[in-house]
Design a protein around this ligand. Sequence first.
Ligand code: ADP
Length: 286
Amino acid sequence: MPIKIENLVYIYQKGTPFEKSALKGFSLTVNDGETIGIMGATGSGKSTLLQLLNGLLQPAAGTITIDGLLLGGMKKASLAKLRQQVAMVFQYPEQQIFEEHVYDEVAFGPINMGLDAQAVEERVIKALIQVGLDPAVYRKRSTANLSGGEKRRLAIAGMLASEPRYLLLDEPSAGLDPEMRVLLFENMSELNRLEKMTIIMVSHHLSDLLALCSRIIVLDNGQLVLDVASSKMLDSSEQLAQLGVDLTPAQQVVQQLKQRGWGITRSPRNPEEAGRLIVEKLANKL
Ligand code: ADP
């Protein structure tokens, strides 16, 4: 079932001199299995939106329907169920790793769900594989001895072990080196492809969003100002520039060629794709 967000309004510190409208009538439909990237300047309302989707905040007005369920006014038990379905990975999730061993960290959620030992084991193994941590190598490892990238992926595995259908990621690659970033987004793409998991991700880095997301939306001052397929971003380059969003270098190269009449319409997701598009066109031109 899609996520339907309609006319969402959120106001911080309402009725005080510090009152601040973070979302001002935001609407969006997220289809099953979509990967959506959210951009926007600091303070545009991105984190507020994720927290509303996870039920951590309650809207002042408007509605969110997930799986046909209206989020507002849910009882505690329904909210807990919702959080299993909608997993939220905050920035630097590894700061919340608290178990000594990898297995126990991932097993925590499934055990709390009341699953038997075998089901827990299956969930742990599956989740570790999903984030690219070989269970045979990692299950007994001490969490303290993992690298930054491994810890990040372990924290995400802990979320995946509850088998959510929706994954909300807030700057998931912050502080990771380029290699780890690539690996993380490969894992997340596989998760979307194989499990049909819907992923909504916030990032300041367009290249990160393009590594995973097929649809990009831009927030400005609490409102949705752009909603575009990532393959069609070149068509919105002027609007993106006005919004302060710079195209990636790969997109800029293709954009330049497009403006010189090369007839390329697709916006590349990464340098490899840009290279492929150019080689194809060159082959036709020669
Ligand atoms: P983003 O994630 O895009 O940086 P946020 O959703 O964090 O934006 O914030 C949206 C707006 O709400 C900003 O103007 C921010 O200053 C304000 N805001 C966020 N959290 C609070 C809070 N706890 N109290 C008051 N204002 C807040």
